[in-house]
Write a protein that binds this ligand. Structure first.
Ligand code: CU
Length: 487
């Protein structure tokens, strides 16, 4: 998925900057005797990429042969050793999977982070296939691209289709802790007037929409001003160009690994068939434009025209003209240069598509045994983000639930910003939007726009201590996080 150039640059950086780390080779307790499936090694590394012509030092999650993330099969055990080769503690979360809770990768909840030079081992069954991803849940490492694809093949996959993974990310040359400090410092002050060419951090951090707007007000979007938007590590100035078969079939697996940015996927004149969201099958939806919130995934099938042609697959930032993407080329067609600004600004993401999605395999209909109402709350003037007006700290008690229950989470967004809400360790079904019940998509991350009410249902079938949070990185870090716990 990534360019050979980026892979080579990264490999050079890895060999120059890091020495081999001695690993404990003892099998973890409980590992079966005999001939277990080989363990896949994933290394957390520094690597160098080029963004808008300038070098950037970022993180990566790669196998020893340079493969980003992992592609595996349903039914195989997920047997992984994560080696931490960066200079600070880290821990990787398997976004959307349902491991035993101690292997979920949330520091302070699932377990301690992996120290520099250390490693951790994972071994659990994969219950379902689909498009997933992995990312650091430690500090703000995700902003430095500590993320990778996690693809699980299953019976839905066809041998006659070419699979293309497109990983979207937002990028800043400003360090993440500085971005966060500026968000906190700048919160509540009016947006500075346009300063021609000013590139100070303060100017990059938008103060737009500081009032905690109600449902009717214009939503407050994109509170970090990024330097670039990446698709598979590259911008449209030098995009990844992928050869496809004229007349062939393509499966796009689009992963929004951005820290703060949502997009509209623009297929141009091609009709796409959306077949899964967050890995879970839906009744297919045909369109040329699909919204994707932070942390969500879209599986989109395309039929490539028979004539030689090039097909940009674009992601347009919500409420903005900025765009990124990859180019599919069928036959010997010329590759046109695509500007990194769309002709018109896009709209804010809505729930129009979400309300039309129908799970192919919905939860068994059942009355909820327990309902938790979770108000999405915040104070933009202090850049404090919270759930039920409580900013997360380790003394916050977990939401009580019990094993075997059908649980519903009622999320009511009382802020002026959209929040993509993610539950760990369980897949949920969207069952209600603004009071209207329906059998919506099964997924792991759902967008709750300002003023809206979204209800999800899940079965408490994976006991442990689990995170539930807004997936906007700086909202999460500011406290928009809580936990559920049951035995
Ligand atoms: Cu949020």
């Amino acid at each position: 998925m990534l360019s050979r150039r980026a892979v080579i640059a990264g490999a050079v950086a890895a060999s120059a900057g890091f020495h081999a780390v001695a690993q404990a080779r003892n099998p973890p307790a409980g590992e079966p005797e005999g001939n277990p499936a080989p363990r896949t090694i994933l290394r957390l590394e520094r690597r160098n990429i080029e963004v808008t012509g300038k070098p950037a030092s970022v993180y990566g999650i790669r196998q020893p042969d340079g493969t980003f993330g992992i592609t595996t099969e349903v039914g195989k055990p997920f047997r992984i050793r994560v080696e931490n080769r960066i200079e600070e503690p880290s821990l990787i979360h398997w976004h959307g999977l349902t491991p035993p809770w101690q292997q979920d990768g949330v520091p302070g909840i699932s377990g301690p982070p992996i120290a520099p030079g250390g490693s951790a081992e994972y071994d659990f069954p994969l219950r379902f296939g689909g498009t997933f991803w992995m990312h650091s849940h430690q500090g703000l490492q995700e902003q430095l691209l500590m993320a990778a694809p996690l693809i699980i093949h299953d019976r839905r996959d066809r041998s006659d289709q070419q699979e293309i993974v497109v990983m979207l990310a937002d990028f800043s040359f400003t360090q993440p802790d500085q971005i966060f400090a500026e968000l906190k410092k700048g919160a509540g002050t009016p947006q500075p007037a346009a300063q021609g060419g000013a590139t100070s951090v303060a100017a990059k951090v938008s103060m737009a929409g500081t009032a905690m707007a109600g449902a009717a007000a214009k939503p407050d979007l994109n509170d970090v001003k990024y330097d670039a938007f990446l698709a598979n590590d590259r911008t449209l100035a030098d995009p990844e160009v992928i050869k496809v078969e004229p007349g062939g079939r393509v499966l796009l697996r689009i992963i929004n690994s951005s820290s703060m940015s949502a997009y509209h996927i623009d297929l141009g004149p091609l009709d796409g068939e959306l077949t899964a969201v967050d890995g879970f099958a839906i009744t297919p939806v045909r369109a040329r434009n699909f919204p994707i919130a932070v942390a969500q995934r879209l599986d989109i099938r395309l039929a490539i025209p028979r004539t030689p042609s090039s097909h940009p697959i674009l992601a347009v930032l919500e409420g903005d003209r900025k765009q990124t993407g990859v180019i599919l080329v069928a036959g010997n067609a010329a590759v046109a240069r695509i500007p990194d600004l769309a002709k018109l600004p896009s709209t804010a993401l809505t729930l129009d598509l979400e309300s039309r999605l129908r799970a192919l395999r919905p939860l068994t209909p059942r009355k909820a045994d327990r309902v938790h109402t979770i108000n999405l709350t915040g104070d933009m003037t202090k850049y404090i983000w919270s759930l039920n007006n409580v900013a997360w700290n380790p003394s916050v008690p977990p939401l009580p639930i019990a094993k075997g229950e059908r649980v519903e989470l009622v999320m009511v967004n009382q802020t002026g910003m959209p929040h993509p809400m993610h539950l760990h360790g369980h897949e949920f079904q969207v069952v209600e939007i603004d009071g209207k019940r329906f059998s919506g998509a099964v997924r792991d991350t759902v967008l709750v726009p300002p003023g809206r009410r979204v209800v999800v249902a899940f079965d408490a079938n994976n006991p442990g201590w689990w995170g539930f949070h807004c997936h906007l990185l700086y909202h999460l870090d500011a406290g928009m996080f809580t936990t559920l716990r049951y035995v």
